[in-house]
Design a binder for this molecule. Structure first.
Ligand code: GTP
Ligand code: MG
Length: 325
């Protein structure tokens, strides 16, 4: 096939791409590539793991990319201008504006904070909000919730859905839950979710918590390098899914306090600089002295200034705090 003909050809399944025979397809499936979209975001090195030569890997990736060219390649170019990025509302207008209009697609947003600070509540709220139409701050899509601590509560989703005027029975159908038992299982789930994302029009991928399993399994200095390497790989997979499907990637992270020579004690997110560098937007959540009120601090963002705002967690979900009388 000529380059031009390839350019126009649309492949529905990875098996349709020239150069992918049955045995290669099987290996690619084993590596977690089930859709043309995920192949379009693959790296040559990853395909080499399936025993594919460098040259053929490049051709396959190119064919996959051009196959989704109308929606994807053009989007990728637009991405440079950030025009294709969409935003998902948190439920609080103040928090949305701190984040530049909501949580953006195609990058990772990390909320970190101590227990009870509202990370999982935010995750639940996003699962509901993502199903809202675009004009109401949603993305008109479903959610994938990778739950590592058995946190997910359907009843809470029902409450939140009622409040935003969505049919709770429909809302719960559009949330795909995946319980991760270990860090390896967590990685496996993410590596194999591309087909689920595509088939269910998933526009929000949640990992709650990103780091808990890694933290409890890789103990001690001698395991730190391996832990960081695995976390790094995991985060990169997440970024690529977020880009391929123009989805929001939302992860939660705990904090640890460490003694600091100058400041006495500092609170830091788990995972150090690897999680820090690949999370494009980081928000630090704190409880306040007033029960339901939480303080959100934008700690890092590629282009927004640092800042702080408050919101509250009520029966309805995440809401703005009314102005004081
Ligand atoms: P860890 O996962 O333990 O690190 O904490 P987290 O940051 O995920 O905390 P989470 O989001 O679970 O927040 C729990 C807090 O949300 C509770 O302490 C309550 O204040 C609030 N909350 C949770 N469910 C409800 C609810 O149904 N109604 C109300 N009003 N508040 C709730
Ligand atoms: Mg939680």
């Amino acid at each position: 096939m000529t380059e031009e003909a390839l350019q126009r050809k649309k492949f529905e399944f990875i098996e349709d791409i020239p150069g992918i025979g049955p045995s290669t397809a099987k290996k690619l499936h084993e590596l977690g590539f089930h859709t043309v979209e995920s192949l379009a975001m693959a790296t040559i090195r990853e395909l080499e793991e399936a025993g594919i030569s460098e040259k053929r890997a490049a051709e396959i990736i190119r064919a996959a990319r051009s196959s989704i060219s109308l929606s994807f390649i053009r989007a990728d170019e637009l991405l440079k201008k950030r025009e294709n990025v969409q935003r998902l509302t948190t439920g609080s207008k103040k928090l949305d504006s701190l984040l530049g209009g909501g949580i953006e697609t195609q990058t990772i947003t990390e909320f970190y904070g101590e227990y009870g600070s509202g990370k999982s509540q935010m995750a639940h709220q996003l699962c509901v909000n993502v199903q809202l139409p675009i004009e109401k701050g949603g993305l008109d899509g479903g959610a994938l919730y990778i739950d590592t601590e058995n946190t997910f509560r359907t009843e809470r989703i029902v409450q939140m859905a009622r409040h935003v005027g969505l049919d709770p029975n429909e809302v719960v159908k559009n949330i795909i839950l995946a319980e991760a038992y270990t860090s390896d299982h967590q990685m496996f789930l993410l590596e194999n979710c591309d087909r689920i994302i595509k088939e269910n029009n998933i526009r929000l991928i949640i990992i709650d918590s990103l780091t808990a399993h890694f933290r409890s399994e890789y103990i001690g200095r001698e395991n730190l390098a391996l832990r960081q390497q695995k976390l790094n790989k995991h985060m990169h997979k997440l970024i690529r899914l977020a880009r391929a499907f123009n989805a929001v990637a939302f992860v939660t992270n705990q904090v640890m306090s460490s003694p600091d020579v100058f400041f006495g004690e500092t609170i830091r997110p788990i995972g150090g600089h690897i999680v820090g560098h690949t999370s494009h937007t980081r928000v630090f959540l704190r409880k306040s002295s007033r029960g339901s009120i939480r303080i959100a601090r934008l700690v890092s963002s590629p282009y927004l200034p640092e800042g702080e705002t408050i919101f509250k967690i009520t029966e309805n979900g995440i809401e703005d705090v009314e102005e004081e009388q």
